[in-house]
Write a protein that binds this ligand. Structure first.
Ligand code: ADP
Ligand code: 5GP
Length: 205
């Protein structure tokens, strides 16, 4: 039996809209039971098929303001005119359950988490080219041409920030990209500083 206990950590997937975060995240959660998903708060309206408490916690501006003032948000940002934020208590309780936490948050939020010196692994995901990104956004059929243009403008800014993050996954073949993200998590788990009491386990038997 492996008695070497490890510390869990946060995993942030960052990408321009259409980069493949949701597709990759969904599969990672399917193949691993040691990772929880951070359900964010948002002030935007639910889209068709989205469930409160599963996809997001949908709240009013007032409620968001209160949460932010109470210090219960690990990070928060305005994305495309709406507030989004990560619950500190939710993250803490999932980590206590012995799970890593995977987060789908924007670049501003990711930078705030990094600044807090929390144990976090950051993975930036991009499609192989801008042309392919545009093609995937069009095929997804969730945005108008105008919204796609807004997303492409945001993508430009996000690419400027890429050097704040640790890993790059080029999402050409989806299956391969999922495998790469999974391998990064496995590698990060093997870092010495994440093990608790190595010598005690080794000598103590
Ligand atoms: P994000 O969550 O980053 O906005 P999505 O996961 O929604 O991106 O991906 C955008 C679109 O591209 C979706 O329709 C998704 O199914 C598709 N997609 C993602 N990865 C690939 C890939 N490697 N090859 C082809 N289509 C992909
Ligand atoms: P959507 O509304 O399309 O689900 O998400 C829009 C954007 O908000 C995405 O880039 C997503 O990563 C980001 N986002 C979702 N939840 C959070 C959060 O809790 N904090 C931050 N900073 N961004 C978030």
């Amino acid at each position: 039996m492996n008695k070497y206990k490890k510390r869990n950590f946060l995993i942030i997937l960052i990408s321009p809209s259409g980069g493949g975060k949701s597709a990759i995240l969904r599969q990672i959660l399917n193949i691993r039971d040691d990772i929880g998903y951070s359900i964010s708060y948002t002030t935007r309206e639910p889209r068709e098929g989205e469930i409160n408490g599963i996809d997001y916690n949908f709240i009013s501006n007032e409620e968001f303001k209160k949460l932010k003032e109470s210090g219960n948000l690990l990070e928060s940002a305005v994305v495309h005119d709406y507030w989004y934020g990560t619950s500190k208590t939710f993250i803490e309780s999932e980590l206590e359950k012995g799970k890593h936490i995977i987060m789908d948050i924007d670049v501003q939020g990711a930078k705030q988490v990094i600044e807090k010196k929390i144990d976090v692994v950051t993975i930036f995901i991009i499609p192989p080219s801008l042309e392919i990104l545009i093609e995937r956004l069009r095929k997804r059929r969730t945005d108008t041409e105008e919204e796609i243009n807004t997303r492409l403008n945001s993508a430009k800014k996000e690419m400027e920030d890429i050097h704040n993050f640790q890993y790059l996954v080029i999402n050409d073949d989806l299956h391969k990209a999922i495998q790469e993200v999974n391998e990064i998590i496995n590698t990060e788990e093997k870092k010495i500083h994440r093990f608790v009491n190595i010598k005690g386990n080794f000598y103590g038997g």
